[in-house]
Structure formats: C-alpha cells, structure tokens
Design a protein around this ligand. Structure first.
Ligand SMILES: [Fe+2]
Length: 268
C-alpha cells in the first residue's frame, strides 16, 4: 500500500510539473508600455511581437491572433525571428500569421538573425509582402502617422543605420526604429529615434522569480541587462519583447510568451 501512495504522489507531482511547464510556454502574457510624446495629436496603439520561431498558439495561431485583435491595434510591429528555420512548417505558420494580422491593421516587419541566415531570406521576404506585411528591409516608411525604420539584422553592426535614418520628419511625428538585437542599441544614440523596438534576448530564457533577471541571452552572455521592458538609451526609449517562441533553449521558465502593447499618448 505504501508503494501505491508513493507512486501516486510521484505521478501527481509529474502531472503538476507538466501543466506548469505547459503554461510557462503556452499561456501568453501581456505587457503594457506607455510612451508620452510631445506634440502627438492622438493616441496610437502599437502591438509589438517578436521571436515566434515557428511556434503556433492554437491552430494557425488562432489564440495569438485573438489576443492581438482584442487589443484593437492601430499597427503591429514584428521584430524578427518569426521563423526558426526555412522549413515548410515554419514558413506556413509565419505567413498564415502575417496574413491574419494584416486583416486587423498594417503589419510592419524587420528580419532577425534566423531569417538572415541564408539566401532563403530573399524568397521569404517576397512571401511576407504577399501575405500583407510591410517589410522594412533597411528602409523607412511613414505609416499610421508614424515614421518607421527597419534595420535588418545583418546591417545592425555595419553603420547602415546612418544611411537609412530620415534626416527630418513631420513635427510631432514619432520616429520608431525596428532592430532585432537590443544589445547593439548604443549604435543608434543621437539619431533622433523616439522608440527602438527589439527582441532576440527571449527574456533571458529562464528568469529568476521576482527579480526580472534573465539567465542568458545571445550577445550578452550570463545575467544579461537588456532582455525585457523599457530602457533609456540616450534620447530614445528601447522596448524589448521577451518574445513568443523558443530557440536553442527549448523551455521557458518564469518567462511566459509575451505580447507587448505600446500606448503612444500625447504628453499633457
Ligand atoms: Fe529569437
């Protein structure tokens, strides 16, 4: 009888652990960042998504689309690594998601390191455009009363930002940079960006509970500083998404998948 109760206890413990880990990796959390802008004439709701890595929340990402739709966004910004590899499955998931999101509002996208890995990016970029995304591939575009600039992952180090940053924008118009890797943000100081949106760090993969501290991030090593939330970089605010999917580390811990809601409001 004792063995029965021990066996039952172990089974119950494993079941609770399995449910806990499933929730940690599949229940989406939402983070709201408020950005006040001098001279802005209206409130704008921007939804920031990053690092899906081919993951699907429900069939065809229906849960993710529903969560985003409920936020009533004016614009959606995707900051790279929407695929993990150029597999048919990852591409199908990504293109279907972009197509669904594009039905809600304009979707802007910049490539991460996983898209830039090989020449498959050329064709994927074309497919993303056909699915409805505005691909900001080292270029700027005015959308929704915002000036959006996308610096693809391969260009983040080489000074290309100076060539694509618009010299002037309309007074009061927000200038937003999409660039996948947050740890290179020092390169964008003094260029007049109000906001910089990044991902890549996956929140540090595992986070120490109650501390907001991640364990590891590519490009930053152990106990990285730039893995989530809003940071000040010169005159800009850097907003980092903890991302939605996984890369090398297959399990998130105390670091649930994240949608970042950026509310841009006129300064009072
Ligand atoms: Fe990633």
């Amino acid at each position: 009888m004792l063995y029965f109760w021990i066996g039952l206890g172990i089974c119950l413990g494993l079941a609770i652990l399995a449910v806990f880990l499933w929730c940690q990796n599949n229940v989406i959390s939402k983070t709201c960042c408020i950005y006040e802008k001098d001279g802005a004439d209206r409130e704008i709701t921007l939804v920031h998504l990053s690092d899906l890595h081919g993951k699907s929340f429900g069939k065809d990402n229906c849960k993710l689309v529903k969560e985003v739709s409920a936020l009533n966004p004016d614009i959606i910004a995707i900051t790279g690594d929407i695929i993990h590899k150029y597999t048919p499955k990852d591409k199908r998931v990504a293109l279907r998601l972009v197509s669904e999101l594009s039905a809600l509002c304009p979707v802007v996208y910049v490539a991460g390191n996983h898209e830039m890995r090989n020449k498959g990016y050329r064709f994927f970029r074309r497919d993303l455009k056909e699915a409805g995304a505005v691909v900001l591939d080292d270029c700027a575009q005015d959308i929704c009363g915002l000036t959006l600039v996308g610096l693809n992952c391969a260009s983040q180090k080489n000074g290309k930002i100076n060539k694509i940053t618009p010299q002037q924008t309309v007074a009061g118009r927000l200038k937003i940079l999409l660039a996948h890797k947050p740890h290179l943000c020092e390169n964008y100081k003094g260029l007049g960006y109000d906001l910089i949106l990044s991902g890549h760090a996956h929140g540090g993969q595992w986070r120490i509970p109650f501390t907001n501290q991640g364990i590891f991030a590519p490009g930053q090593g152990m106990f990285p500083k730039l893995t989530s939330g809003m940071h000040t970089v010169g005159e800009s605010k850097l907003i980092i998404s903890r991302g939605l999917g996984n890369s090398q580390c297959p399990v998130r811990l105390f670091n649930r998948p994240e949608i970042v809601l950026v509310k841009i409001v006129p300064k009072k």
